[in-house]
Design a protein around this ligand. Structure first.
Ligand code: COA
Length: 175
């Protein structure tokens, strides 16, 4: 199983500090997510309007499995002593993927979202991953504007397919 050494994690953080969008607006600390962050991250998820949370994948156990496979690539933003932003980011050895990209409403439009994405992209590059993707609901205007603004490509030439392997992995949408 992959391990994220403290050295590697802090190298990722150092890279981000040097080259990222950290600006006067963004005073959050951006760092690697660990399972100890779960309660804070879950609280943040529950505060995000319209967020889709899965009963199995997003449980503590589900996130722990994800972070064990991908120990260096997920991120949190910490400010005012709490987690105000988070991204689950991992890869399968070929492609990277981002899940649950979010910033608390009170901390938006200050560069935190972009700084976290840059952090993840650098961490993936460190692991020799060449491409990263994510899913955004077509109805998510905020999310789609953000991805467009930070230069990601919207693919018009693909259909997205999936198949449910576990019916117990129920989805619930935040109000
Ligand atoms: C999407 C989200 C993570 C953006 O976080 P953020 O910290 O506010 O974003 P940033 O401040 O880093 O913005 C980066 C750029 O995107 C732009 N941007 C961000 N949100 C925007 C919006 N709603 N409309 C237009 N532009 C937006 C910013 O102006 C900034 O542009 P700049 O680099 O030219 O200055 C946040 O709005 C959020 O959590 N939304 C709810 C969850 C969600 O939809 N996640 C995406 C799932 S696919």
């Amino acid at each position: 199983m992959a391990k994220c050494s403290k050295e590697k994690a802090s190298k990722n953080e150092a890279l981000t500090q040097k080259t990222s969008v950290k600006s006067e607006k963004n005073t959050a600390q951006i760092r690697v997510m660990t399972i100890d962050d779960y309660d804070g991250v879950y609280k943040l998820w529950m505060s995000i309007h319209g967020f889709a949370i899965r009963s199995v994948d997003d449980s503590r156990e589900g996130v722990e499995v994800f972070l064990k496979r991908n120990p260096c690539t997920s991120v949190v933003a910490v400010e005012d002593g709490k987690i105000v932003g988070a991204i689950l980011c991992g890869h399968d050895g070929r492609r990277g993927c981002l899940y649950h990209v979010c910033v608390h409403e009170d901390y938006r439009m200050r560069g935190i979202g972009k700084a976290m994405v840059v952090f993840c992209m650098k961490a993936l590059r460190e692991e020799k991953i060449n491409k990263v993707s994510l899913i955004a609901f077509t109805t998510n205007d905020v999310g789609n504007k953000f991805w467009h603004q930070i230069g990601w490509t919207k693919r018009e030439d693909l259909n997205y397919y999936d198949f449910t392997l576990n019916e117990k992995n129920i989805i619930a949408y935040n109000k």
